[in-house]
Design a protein around this ligand. Structure first.
Ligand SMILES: NC(=O)c1ccc[n+]([C@@H]2O[C@H](COP(=O)([O-])OP(=O)(O)OC[C@H]3O[C@@H](n4cnc5c(N)ncnc54)[C@H](OP(=O)(O)O)[C@@H]3O)[C@@H](O)[C@H]2O)c1
Length: 348
């Protein structure tokens, strides 16, 4: 499989490259800066973290250049964040080039825009478009599908997803730019889903979540990707996302570009190993039955590297704008993450 990593010389792009290189893939790095692309390809070869067969320069504002950079590939993994300003343009170019598309975005409005803008064209072109192939975007969507089947496969009244991250490794410059660029949305809790519509004014259904080992953790409504993806594949009346209150507050803090530029590119490998993420999904069926599931693991950026790479390699099923649960075998994919320290469970 030939895969283009767009924004492939960034912090997250290099982690995706390192994971892809462990599988039978031909890897092309693309982005807007020739020097940085070549330096990243040379460093990957020197460090033994991947062989890059070509680098291609294409600005995200130049549709024709993007299409030319993607034309002979099977799939594009877009790691060029912040995504809200230009990510959908990269997705459109991938579809125009006849490539499957995934990305490492955590930006809820971008994820929705990609589905809205690309789903019909992707179906016509016979390719799959699945944004948010990340530690934050994939496990919750897969758990929601698993819970729906566990509850009998009928219509659901509610799916509520909650995220918790512990550890102190900090964020990459790219994440800080994405969060700062969308802080206004994050402060409001972003979109929730209610009776066929995505809206910004939903009353939060929870104030606390029992995370494994952290019962009664305070949460606030947050702009999670599951709010966009779950209603696309489940018959559900209401979907809301939550984050642990301290994390949500941190994520919604604006950091100046000067301060971001002065920070390290991202946490070191060792720092990242001290992080731990947990996702809890609670579902209620229309017949009143309830169930909960959770997934957890280490190293949010390392996990995103693995999920973006393996998710893109394993995508299957019908063309179009497809959520993780539509293109991956939910339990099979979560099980495949076990060697990376990721566990999951359905609590009944
Ligand atoms: N769970 C999650 O939600 C999750 C997890 C991990 C990562 N992420 C997201 O992944 C993204 C990347 O993070 P990172 O740490 O890798 O950032 P980074 O180190 O700053 O890398 C960003 C990359 O994107 C490129 N880029 C930025 N703006 C561009 C534009 N307008 N046109 C073309 N290329 C552009 C940069 O190229 P230049 O060098 O030319 O600027 C660079 O290659 C962030 O948005 C982050 O939030 C999300």
């Amino acid at each position: 499989m030939k895969i283009v990593i767009y924004g492939g010389h960034g912090y997250q792009g290099r982690l995706v490259l390192a994971e892809l290189a462990r599988h039978d893939t031909e890897i092309v790095l693309a982005g807007r800066n020739a020097g940085r692309l070549e330096a990243a390809a040379a460093a990957a070869s020197r460090n033994g973290t991947g062989t890059v067969t070509a680098t291609r320069v294409a600005d995200s504002a130049d549709h024709d250049a993007l299409v030319a950079a993607f034309r002979d590939a099977d799939a594009v993994i877009n790691c060029a964040g912040p995504f809200t300003p230009q990510g959908a343009a990269v997705a459109r170019a991938a579809v125009a080039a006849g490539c499957h598309y995934t990305d490492t975005s955590g930006e809820q409005f971008h994820v929705k825009e990609v589905y809205d803008a690309c789903a019909a064209d992707a179906e016509r072109a016979g390719v799959r478009v699945t944004p948010a192939m990340t530690d934050g975007g994939v496990p919750g969507d897969l758990l929601a599908r698993i819970l729906a089947e566990h509850l009998g496969g009928g219509p659901l009244e509610e799916v509520l997803a909650g995220h918790l991250v512990t550890g102190a490794s900090g964020m990459s410059r790219g994440s800080l730019r994405s969060l700062s660029g969308t802080a206004d949305v994050l402060r409001t809790g972003g979109l929730a889903y209610e009776k066929g519509e995505w809206r910004g004014d939903a009353e939060p259904r929870l104030t606390a979540i029992d995370f494994p080992g952290r019962p009664g953790t305070p949460v606030i409504r947050f702009a999670l990707q599951e709010v966009v993806t779950v209603p696309r594949h489940l018959d559900v009346t209401r979907v809301q996302g939550f984050a642990e209150a301290g994390l949500a507050e941190l994520f919604a803090t604006t950091v100046s570009e000067e301060a971001i530029a002065a920070m390290p590119e991202g946490p070191s490998d060792e720092e990242r190993r001290g992080d731990h993420w947990t996702i809890v999904v609670q579902a209620v069926a229309q017949n009143g039955r309830r169930a909960r599931a959770s997934a957890q693991g280490p190293d949010t950026y390392g996990t995103t590297g693995v999920i973006a790479a393996l998710g893109t390699l394993r995508m299957n099923g019908p063309a179009g704008g497809r959520t993780p649960a539509e293109v991956l075998d939910p339990a099979g994919f979560l099980d495949a993450l076990a060697p990376y320290g990721i566990t999951w469970t359905v609590d009944g």
